[in-house]
Design a protein around this ligand. Structure first.
Ligand code: DP6
Length: 331
């Protein structure tokens, strides 16, 4: 039996992936770019018994590290992805998998990017194979969680709309210390899955318009990261955060991920800027708000979000180095 453990972080998209060419292979219609986080992460241990023909076992670890059988909704896509990786590596055998999320239990934050990135990398290690970064990214993408393709890398990461459908590094985490102060306003699961949202995107009358200006926006994002120019990057981040939701709300049928509290946080972020703080908001497919800011403004941004009734919890995260194997196994 071979065993490996990987911890992989989540990421926050500055330029959003929304809309697919091929839903089952998670091939996007457009490029995206993100910052890999440090604190919000999934740790996954995978053990592989070659040639065994028993069913795979999928376990969840609670905060104390106690293992429980995962429910079907969690286990099914995991087993599907294990099948994909087993076939790719051409290695018959059986897996035992356990996962633990570092996100506070009730945060309601999506964990599929970190989870499928950690699962992909730990499985490859347990199979004793380590393909190049583009292949690792493409394999993570095939889990169905496209954003997992970006979480296999650290720092600032682009997922171009290209030939190999894999993410690539833009800059390492050491290049620029940016923070992500997450205002948790909603802890229930999102009403409509990203998978469904990607498929509805082209029904928005504004989707083609969005696609037409994304290449230029990607260029601006890359250039402002290279120049560490937050005055240029910040407004782009917030425009993208809002534009994703213009698409979702104008899709047929429409999807409303925002809650009234989302708009309250957006108003407070605008007030922070009037008061001289460099803070810009973005939302993925959910109601929670990620406020991106430089380190010197983080304490004030966090304090102001924390004082809001609409905010259940504030998580202080920031850019990180990406997946690591330097963690204890879960079994
Ligand atoms: C809105 O297909 O990766 O976060 O697996 O639910 O994370 P999940 O969905 P996925 O789409 C993510 C879309 C997004 C924007 C982004 O991360 O680029």
């Amino acid at each position: 039996m071979a065993k490996a453990t990987v911890e992989a972080p989540s990421n926050i998209a500055f330029v959003k992936y929304w809309g697919v060419e091929d839903i089952d292979r998670a091939i996007p219609r457009a490029p995206s770019l993100s910052m890999t986080l440090r604190r919000c992460a999934s740790r996954t241990t995978v053990a592989f018994t070659p040639d065994a023909d028993t069913d795979d076992t999928v376990l969840m670890a609670d905060a104390e590290g106690t293992l429980h059988p995962a429910d079907d909704g969690f286990a099914e896509p995991v087993v599907q992805h294990l099948n994909r990786l087993r076939t790719w590596a051409d290695r018959p055998g059986s897996f035992r998998v356990a996962t633990q999320n570092s996100f506070p239990a009730a945060a309601g934050l999506g964990s599929s990017a970190s989870g499928f990135s950690a699962l992909t990398l730990a499985t490859l290690k347990a199979l004793d194979t380590w393909p190049d970064a583009a292949t690792r990214s493409a394999l993570a993408r095939q889990s169905g969680s496209g954003s997992a393709a970006r979480s296999v890398l650290g720092g600032y990461v682009a997922w171009p709309h290209g030939d190999n459908h894999a993410a690539e590094p833009v800059a390492p985490h050491t290049h620029w210390d940016l923070r992500d102060v997450i205002a948790v306003v909603e802890t229930d699961p999102k009403p409509v899955s990203s998978r469904e949202g990607h498929q509805r995107a082209p029904s928005s009358p504004f989707y083609e318009k969005r696609l037409s200006h994304l290449p230029e926006r990607m260029q601006t994002a890359r250039a402002s990261i290279a120049a560490r120019d937050f005055d240029r990057l910040g407004p782009l981040i917030e425009t993208e955060g809002v534009e994703l939701h213009l698409i979702t709300m104008s899709s047929q049928p429409p999807i409303y991920y925002w809650k009234p509290a989302t708009l309250k946080v957006l108003e407070v972020v605008r007030a922070m800027r009037s008061d001289g703080l460099a803070a810009y908001a973005t939302m993925d497919a959910g109601a929670n708000v990620h406020v991106i800011c430089p380190p010197e403004d983080e304490p004030q941004v966090a304090a102001r979000l924390d004082s809001m009734h609409a905010v259940h919890m504030v998580i202080r995260d920031g850019v990180g180095p990406g997946p690591t194997t330097d963690v204890d196994p879960l079994f």
